[in-house]
Design a protein around this ligand. Structure first.
Ligand code: E4P
Length: 217
C-alpha cells in the first residue's frame, strides 16, 4: 500500500520523505489556505520533495474552467496529479485529462456508485473520504470494502486512495481491505511509528547502558 501525506506543509513533507515511506502528497484548497503560501509556488516546491504524484485541486466548477486551471497546474511538474470533484463536469475533465496522459485524482467520493463512475471516466485515483463518512453516521471503511469488491469484479485500474483518515485504525483497515493508497495528515502517519512498548524498551535499554559506563565512539 502506498502512503501519501495530506498536507501543504513542506517541512512536514520533507521530514516524512526522509524516512523513505512517502509515495506522494495530496493537497486541497483548505490545506493550501492553512499553509498560507502561494498555491503554484508551494505546489512546485512539494513536487521537488517527492517523485510521487502530488495532487493539486482545481476550484472551477465547470468543465471549461477546470480544464483551464488544470492546464496551468500540470505545467508545474511532471508529477502533478490534477484533483477534480466527483461531479459531472469533474468527470468530463477527468476523462479529457487522463486521455492525454495526465494523472487525475477524483475527490469527494462518498458512495461506491460514485467510485464506479470515476473508474469508468478513467480516473488514476478515486478518493473516498472515510473520516467525513464516519462523522456523518456512515461506515467509512465499509465504503472502501465495497469499492474494492466492485473494482476487482471488473478489473478497473483506478487506484483506491483512502482519504480523510483520522487515525491509525483507518490505515490498518485500508491495508486489510487492500486499498491501493492512503493519504493521512502528518500527525496520523507519525503516530504509526509509536508504541508504548517501543518507548518503554528504549528507556530500559538506556538505563542499563548507563550502568556499563561505556560510550560508543
Ligand atoms: C484528500 O485528498 C483530502 O485532502 C483529505 O483527506 C480531506 O480530509 P479531511 O476530511 O480531514 O478534511
Amino acid at each position: 500500500m502506498k502512503f501519501f501525506v495530506d498536507t501543504a506543509d513542506t517541512a512536514e513533507i520533507a521530514d516524512l520523505a526522509a524516512t523513505g515511506l512517502l509515495d506522494g502528497v495530496t493537497t486541497n484548497p483548505t490545506l493550501i489556505a492553512k499553509a498560507g503560501r502561494d498555491f503554484l509556488e508551494v505546489t512546485a516546491e512539494i513536487c521537488k520533495l517527492t517523485d510521487g504524484p502530488v495532487s493539486a485541486e482545481v476550484v472551477a466548477l465547470d468543465h471549461a474552467g477546470m480544464l483551464r486551471e488544470a492546464e496551468i497546474l500540470r505545467k508545474i511538474a511532471d508529477n502533478v496529479c490534477i484533483k477534480v470533484p466527483l461531479t459531472i463536469d469533474g468527470l468530463k475533465t477527468c476523462k479529457a485529462l487522463t486521455g492525454e496522459g495526465t494523472m487525475v485524482n477524483v475527490t469527494l467520493c462518498f458512495s461506491a456508485a460514485q467510485a464506479l463512475l470515476a473508474a469508468k471516466a478513467g480516473a488514476t485515483f478515486v478518493s473516498p473520504f472515510v473520516g467525513r463518512h464516519d462523522d456523518n453516521g456512515f461506515d467509512g471503511m465499509a465504503l472502501i470494502d465495497d469499492i474494492r469488491l466492485i473494482y476487482d469484479n471488473y478489473d478497473y485500474r483506478t487506484q483506491i486512495l483512502v482519504a480523510s483518515i483520522r487515525h491509525g485504525i483507518h490505515v490498518l483497515e485500508s491495508a486489510r481491505i487492500g486499498a491501493d493508497v492512503i493519504t493521512a495528515p502528518p500527525a496520523v502517519i507519525k503516530g504509526l511509528f509509536r508504541h508504548v512498548l517501543t518507548e518503554k524498551g528504549i528507556e530500559g535499554f538506556l538505563a542499563d547502558w548507563a550502568k556499563t559506563g561505556q560510550s560508543i565512539g
